[in-house]
Every structure is written in C-alpha cells, then in structure tokens.
Design a protein around this ligand. Structure first.
Ligand SMILES: [Zn+2]
Length: 50
C-alpha cells in the first residue's frame, strides 16, 4: 500500500482515528482487529488532528 492509498483510506471515510499493524503497517478496522497478515499483534492507534 502506497502513501496515496493510505491517505485515501484515512480521509475517504471521515474517521479521525486509524489503526494499523505495528508489524507490517496494514490498516485495520479497529484496534481490536487482528492483522490479516500477521495475526494477533500490536495495533497502533493514530489520532488525526482536527
Ligand atoms: Zn501486520
């Protein structure tokens, strides 16, 4: 996933918090989701300003 895709994902649905896998950086639906690639792993929560 490139940066453009990441931006589209973040801003496309209006959410102000995103979650991603600490291992591979995959976007997750919520902090409770396991990474589809890594399985149970640490999830990074990112809060967007504004
Ligand atoms: Zn992962």
């Amino acid at each position: 996933m490139g940066l453009a895709d990441w931006v589209a994902t973040v801003f496309g649905d209006g959410r102000r918090e995103i979650y991603e896998c600490r291992e591979c950086g995959a976007n997750l639906a919520s902090e409770e989701d396991d990474c589809p690639y890594c399985g149970p792993t640490d999830v990074v929560q990112i809060e967007l300003p504004g």
